[in-house]
Design a protein around this ligand. Structure first.
Ligand code: SAM
Length: 225
C-alpha cells in the first residue's frame, strides 16, 4: 500500500501481535496496512459516519480482507472489539480523542497500547492518557506535506518523571527534543505567537499566554537548537 509519511510512521509505532482497533479510521488504510505488513493477524476499523464507512468497506473489498478486517459503523469505543490490545486514534483533535477514551474507559481493560496522532489539544490528551494509566513509550515528531504531527505510542504503565515546562505545553516524547521537525515546529509556533501579539486588540490574558509561550520556546531553542 502507498501510505503517506504520517500513516507510515503511525504504522511503525504499532506493536507486533495482538488485535488492533482503529477508531475514526476513515479509509481503514492503517489497519489494512498493519494486516498486510504482518503486524497483526486481524483488526477492526471503526467510524461513526456513513461516508467514511463506505470508504472502509471499499478498502476491505479491494484488498480482499473480509475475513481479517472487521468494520463497525459506531461511535468511539461503543462497539470496540473486546480482543483489542492496541488502539489507534489518529487524525482527530486531542479533545475528541480524550472524550472518546474517557467515555469508553471501562472498555480499555485489555488495551495495552494506544497509538495517537492528535492534531490539537495535545497537552489535554497527555493529561488524559497519564490519568488513564498509560505512559509515553515511543514517538516521532514529523513534518508531512507542510504540516507538523506528533505521533506517539503510549503503553500501560506509570510515568513518574517530573515534566519540563516545554513538555507540559507540547507533550512528552522520548526523541522529540532532538528532531529537526520539532525545532522547526517551535520556530513556527514562536512566529505565530509574535503575529498574535502584533494585533492591538488582543485580550490581556491571550497576550500574557503568548508572551509566556514565546519565553518558553526561546529558552528551549537557546539550549537545544
Ligand atoms: C480526519 S479523519 C482521520 C482518519 C484516519 N484516522 C487518519 O489518521 O488518517 C477522522 C475520522 O474520525 C471519524 N470520527 C470522528 N468522531 C468519531 C467518533 N466519535 N467515533 C468514530 N469515528 C469518529 C470521522 O468520521 C473521520 O472519518
Amino acid at each position: 500500500m502507498n501510505l503517506s509519511k504520517r500513516l507510515a510512521v503511525l504504522l511503525s509505532l504499532i506493536p507486533e501481535g495482538g488485535f488492533l482497533s482503529d477508531v475514526g479510521s476513515d479509509h481503514a488504510y492503517l489497519p489494512a496496512a498493519a494486516i498486510l505488513d504482518g503486524k497483526v493477524e486481524a483488526a477492526q476499523a471503526i467510524d461513526n459516519k456513513e461516508g467514511p464507512f463506505a470508504h472502509m468497506a471499499k478498502t476491505v473489498k479491494d484488498l480482499g480482507l473480509e475475513s481479517r478486517l472487521f468494520l463497525s459503523l459506531s461511535s468511539g469505543l461503543d462497539d470496540l472489539d473486546p480482543r483489542a490490545t492496541t488502539l489507534v486514534l489518529a487524525g482527530m483533535g486531542g479533545d475528541l480523542i480524550s472524550s472518546i477514551l474517557l467515555k469508553g474507559k471501562a472498555k480499555l481493560g485489555a488495551v495495552e497500547h494506544l497509538v495517537v496522532d492528535a492534531h490539537s489539544e495535545r497537552s489535554l490528551l497527555q493529561e488524559t492518557l497519564l490519568g488513564l494509566g498509560y505512559a509515553p513509550e515511543a514517538g516521532r515528531f514529523i513534518a508531512d506535506r507542510g504540516k507538523f504531527y506528533s505521533l506517539e505510542r503510549w503503553s500501560k504503565g506509570t510515568f513518574e518523571k517530573e515534566l519540563a515546562p516545554i513538555e507540559r505545553r507540547y507533550g512528552i516524547l522520548p526523541s522529540r527534543g532532538h528532531e529537526e521537525a520539532f525545532l522547526s515546529y517551535l520556530r513556527a509556533e514562536e512566529a505565530r505567537m509574535k503575529a498574535q501579539l502584533a494585533h492591538p486588540s488582543l485580550p490581556e490574558d491571550k497576550k500574557k499566554e503568548a508572551e509566556g509561550t514565546i519565553r518558553l520556546i526561546e529558552e528551549y531553542l537557546h539550549e537545544n537548537a
